[in-house]
Design a protein around this ligand. Structure first.
Ligand code: URA
Length: 210
């Protein structure tokens, strides 16, 4: 049985994603769109976040009003491209904690190799969103999720902009309990492990390195 895949098909997300895919999009334009889409993804993904109630005073009377505990949430950016999703997410989740994991794809084997890990403390009390714009082969997603689960976080979700069907399948073979949130599931991977039709190299397009 496959794991859960949630496609955020809100028209605003889909429209912005289309504009990001266009090869003529400038670095500045791409970055702005990543930020906007990240905010919208965060909005959708957190819609089931638990709320607690606080006693507050409106100008008219006292009430019990709902608040979320933003500190319980951890955003884990997979270096390098995952960092691109942080800006927008932190804009609407300003008290979330942030972790980083460094994983690069060996160009020959396409396997994920760990080179950096710094996660917030007390993950057992926290809900984690792992951020990586491209869920391609699934190897990086599996490795990043392994690292987070080693710390026994309260919950984990994997968040991407685009996912390949092959990547989702491999990911859920290893981590069927971890839901995948994505703006689109594309057609397939090419022989170099790039998503088709995709948007190219997300890191290069966010940081303008090519
Ligand atoms: N990483 C990217 O940046 N793009 C892809 O298409 C696949 C992996």
């Amino acid at each position: 049985m496959g794991g859960e895949v949630v496609v955020i098909d809100h028209p605003l997300v889909q429209h912005k994603l289309t504009r990001m895919r266009m090869k003529e999009r400038s670095t500045q334009g791409f970055r702005r769109l990543v930020k906007e889409v990240s905010m919208l993804l965060a909005y959708e993904i957190t819609r089931d976040m638990p709320v607690t109630f606080e006693t507050i005073e409106t100008p008219l009377q006292t009430m019990e009003a709902p608040v979320i505990d933003g500190k319980k949430l951890v955003l884990v950016a997979v270096l390098r491209a995952g960092v691109g999703l942080l800006d927008g997410m932190l804009e609407i989740l300003p008290s979330a904690r942030v972790g980083h994991v460094g994983l690069y794809r060996d160009p020959k084997t396409l396997e994920a190799v760990e080179y950096y890990k710094k996660l917030p403390e007390h993950l057992a009390e926290r809900d984690v969103l792992i951020l990586d714009p491209m869920l391609a082969t699934g190897n990086t997603a599996v490795a990043a999720t392994d690292l987070v689960l080693q710390e026994k976080s309260r919950s984990v979700r994997f968040v991407s902009l685009l996912a390949a069907p092959e990547g989702i399948e491999s990911f859920h073979k290893v981590h069927p309990e971890v839901p995948v949130y994505t703006a689109a599931v594309d057609e397939r991977l090419n022989e170099k492990g790039y998503i088709l039709p995709g948007l190219g190299d997300a890191g290069d397009r966010i940081f303008g390195t090519k």
